[in-house]
Design a protein. Structure first.
Length: 275
């Protein structure tokens, strides 16, 4: 059995299937770990959702900001943006089944020393605390108060963690850190405007994974969300968003030996390469 961690798909279904062919994925014995943002901006988000749903226990995913955006739009709590490509899901005959399945997915996945999250973890959060906080959001997504959670989820404030936060402010900080954060101050104040490279980070901020004495630093965090960062693999980090949507590549890492597999993406068609 092999486990393949795969970066942001964002509706790039063709490249996703080519990557699975490249690694010779066998759903009867292998597993996929997907870092979120399955949908949006790419050409075939509907096929991505249907395919992963049908994989059942062979695929484990965490929710990304675009996946949550789909749920918010479907619930009538957000509007489609000009660049969104979610209408085919919203119009699909199996729409409700797919959306209900998406609501059941995790915000954080922990297995041994691996932690998978879409964006990142705040510096003060241990893995155990992050699990407990993610469970609060997962409960809100799956529960009877889902619509009210959708109404309250969007917003950039509060922009830092405080143990005294409660209610929807507490949930909003958790969602923002785990699905939107790229940079923060050493003490965990988040900046959501920065989407560029590391060299352009605003003064006083740094990549969340470089925060000194980060409480989760002994675990290996698998994440995506930051396409301008590109592939970043360290002893305690696997950042896998390599910008397939933007003509980059789609990346998988086999966890057993950290072998990297990639398919190049773009209008000219995907070409295969690996290292």
């Amino acid at each position: 059995m092999a486990i393949y961690a795969i970066g942001d798909l964002q509706g790039c279904y063709r490249e996703f299937r080519e990557l699975l062919d490249l690694v010779r994925f066998d759903e009867t014995k292998d597993k996929l770990w997907l870092v979120g943002d399955l949908v949006n901006r790419g050409p075939d988000s509907l096929s991505v959702l249907r395919f992963i749903k049908e994989l059942n226990d062979s695929a484990i995913m965490v929710l990304g900001n675009h996946d949550l955006h789909l749920l918010m739009v479907a619930e009538g709590c957000a509007e489609l943006n000009r660049s969104d490509t979610l209408q085919n899901i919203l119009d699909a005959p199996d729409r409700d089944e797919l959306l209900d399945w998406l609501r059941q997915q995790k915000l954080l996945h922990v297995d041994g020393n691996y932690v998978m999250v879409h964006a990142g973890l705040l510096p003060s959060w241990s893995v155990e605390q992050a699990q407990a906080l993610a469970a609060l959001v997962e409960s809100a997504l799956r529960g009877s108060e889902f619509h009210e959670f959708c109404r309250q989820m969007y917003g950039n404030r509060p922009d830092h963690w405080n143990e005294t936060l409660n209610g929807y402010e507490r949930l909003r900080v958790i969602v923002n850190a785990m699905t939107r954060m790229r940079v923060c101050t050493p003490h965990g104040r988040m900046d959501f405007a920065h989407k560029g490279s590391v060299k352009d980070i605003p003064p006083g901020y740094l990549p969340w994974f470089d925060a000194p004495e980060r409480a989760s630093r002994k675990a290996t965090v698998i994440c995506g969300h930051w396409s301008a960062l590109g592939l970043e693999i360290r002893s305690n980090l696997m950042a896998l968003d390599t910008g397939c949507l933007w003509g980059g590549s789609l990346t998988a890492v086999r966890l057993e030996d950290r072998k990297v597999f990639q398919t190049a993406c773009g209008a000219g068609g995907a070409t295969r390469r690996w290292q």
